[in-house]
Design a protein around this ligand. Sequence first.
Ligand code: HC1
Length: 577
Amino acid sequence: VSLWINNQEVTVPANTPNLLEAARATGIEIPSLCYLQDINAAGSCRICLVEVESGGRRSLQASCVYPVQEGLKVFTNTPRVRRARKRMLELLLSEHDLDCVNCIKNRNCELQKLADDLGVRKIRLTGERLNLPIQNKNPFIVRDYNKCIKCRRCEAICKKVQGVNVYSAQKRGFNTVIAPAFMHDLTESDCIACGQCLQYCPTAALAEREYFQDVWDAIEDPQKIVVVQTAPAAQVSIGEMFGMSPGTIVTGKMVSALRRIGFDYVFSTVFAADLTVVEEANELLERLKGNGKLPLISSCSPGWVRYCEKFFPEYVDNLSSCKSPQEMLGALVKTYFAEKNHFDPEKLVVVAVMPCTAKKFEAARPEMVTRGTRDVDYVLTVRELGRMIREAGIKFASLPDNDFDDSLGISTGAGTIFGTTGGVMEAAIRTAFALVEGSEMPGRIDFKDLRGMKGTKEATVQIGGQTLRIAVAHGTRNARRLMERVKAGEKFHFIEIMGCPGGCVGGGGQPISIEQRSRKKSEELRRQRAQALYSIDINKKIRLAHENPAVKELYKQYLDHPLSKKAKEILHVKYKQ
Ligand code: HC1
C-alpha cells in the first residue's frame, strides 16, 4: 500500500495493521502509551494523534486504530498535532500522582519519558484525583490505582498473552479503574502472580512488592547469617540495569556485587536446579514404572503451578512433587548447610534473587516450610537487586569477577538452561537417559527441537526401549492449549510448562525495557537472554546435572539417594491448594 506521510510517499505491506505501524516501519516515530503491537490497540490514550486528510479537510485521528489506505495523506508533525498530543498528555498528568522522585518507576516510566519527549514543562490543568488506597496486601504485586492511566495494557496482556483474564474496567466515568472484579486484591482473583502485567504497565500502577529494605536490615543485624541465591536467568539480565545489552553474561560481576552488598554466603539456584533434575528424572522413571500419574508435569514455575491449581485442578497430582530449585536451596541451607556449619537455622536468612514475581508468592506458600522453618525468607526481583547495587554505590560494569561459594554454588550447564523455555525438559532428559542407559544420549546432548520461542514444542525420545512423548509450553495461554489436548486424551509422558513467555528469561521480575511495547522486540529480548544461557551451558565442563560433584557429595554426605526419605522430607512438597 502506498500512502503519503509528511508529504513523502511511502510503501508498506498491505497487512500493516494501522497508521502508527506504517509510520514506524518507515522510520517515523509516533509517541504512544496504550498501544502494544499485536496485543492492545484501544485508541484510548490519544497520544498517537496524527492529522489525516480526507475530502480536502484534515482531522485528528488516533493512528493506532486508523487503517492503512492507498493514497492516504497523513501528517505526524504539524503544530496542531504537537499541541493536541501535549494537551492529551497534560490531561493524563492532571489526574496523576506526580511523585516521580520517590516512585518505583522513576527513570523507567513511559509517562515520565513522554512528558520529557513532548516538552511538557507545565501542566496547565488541575484535575480531580482518585485518592484510592494502595493495594499491597499480597506478597507479590502492589496495585496503585492513583498512578493508573487506564491504558488497559495489563488487561490485554493478562487476557491475550497469559489467558488468565483478571483485569477489566470497574466502575464508570472518572471513577473507572482497571482492576480484578469488585476491585478485590489479586489474591482473591484468578491472578497467578506471574507479573507480566507489570512488565507492560507504562507507569507504576503495577509494581512488585519490594523487600530490599528488609534485606538491608537483615544484613545489618549481627545476629543474622544472610545467605543469597541467584536464579539462572538473573546472570544474563541484570547487566541491563546498568546499560549492558540483553544477554550480557555477568555472573562473576553479580557475585562480586552481592559480596560487596554484604551477604555472608553467595549460592547459586543453578546448583539446586541440578539437584531438581536428578530428583525429577528419578521421579519420571518411577512414574514410568507405574508409580504415580502420567504425564509428569514440571512444577518449578510457581506461576504455572498456580495456573494449574486454578484452571486444571484435576492435574495437580500430575505435577512433579519436587520443590522448585529456589525452595530446594532454601530448605538445604536451613538443614544440611546449617547442620554442617553448626548454625542455628533460626539465625539463617535466605534471600533469593529471581526474575519472577510469582517466586515471592511461592516463598510465602504455607507448604514451603521445612522442619518448622520457612525455606526462603525474602525474594527480590532482578530489578530490586539492581536498585540495591545502585544504592550501595557499586560500579557494576567495572566489578571484578568472583565465584559462588562452594558446594551450594557449584553448577552445571544443565541447571543453567532451566532459565529458558525447554531447559528443564532438556536437562531432565539428558539425565533420565543417562540413568537408564548408563551413558549420555549419543550425539544428542543439545535438544534443538525443545529450544526457541515457539509457544509449544514437542519431541519423542527413546529411553530404555520406550518411546517417550514429551512437550514444552511457555506462557499460560499456550499451557492452556496443551493441557486441553491432554484433557482430550492425547498421551504425553513428560511435560514442561513455564508460566511466563520464554520461561524465566521473560519473567515478571526481569528488567523492564520500553522496547517491550513491540511484541517482536520483547521476543528478541527473551531470545538474546536465552542464547546467553545456552552459551554458558555449552562452555561448562559438566553439562549433565547428575555429574555435578557437589550434588553427588550432597547425596553421599546427607541425602543418601534420590527420592530417599530425607530427600522427600526436604526437597519435595504436596500442594494443598
Ligand atoms: Fe526460574 Fe527456576 S529456572 S523457576 O525460571 O526452576 O524465577 O531463572 O530460578 O526455582 O533454577 C525463576 C529462573 C529459577 C527455580 C531454577
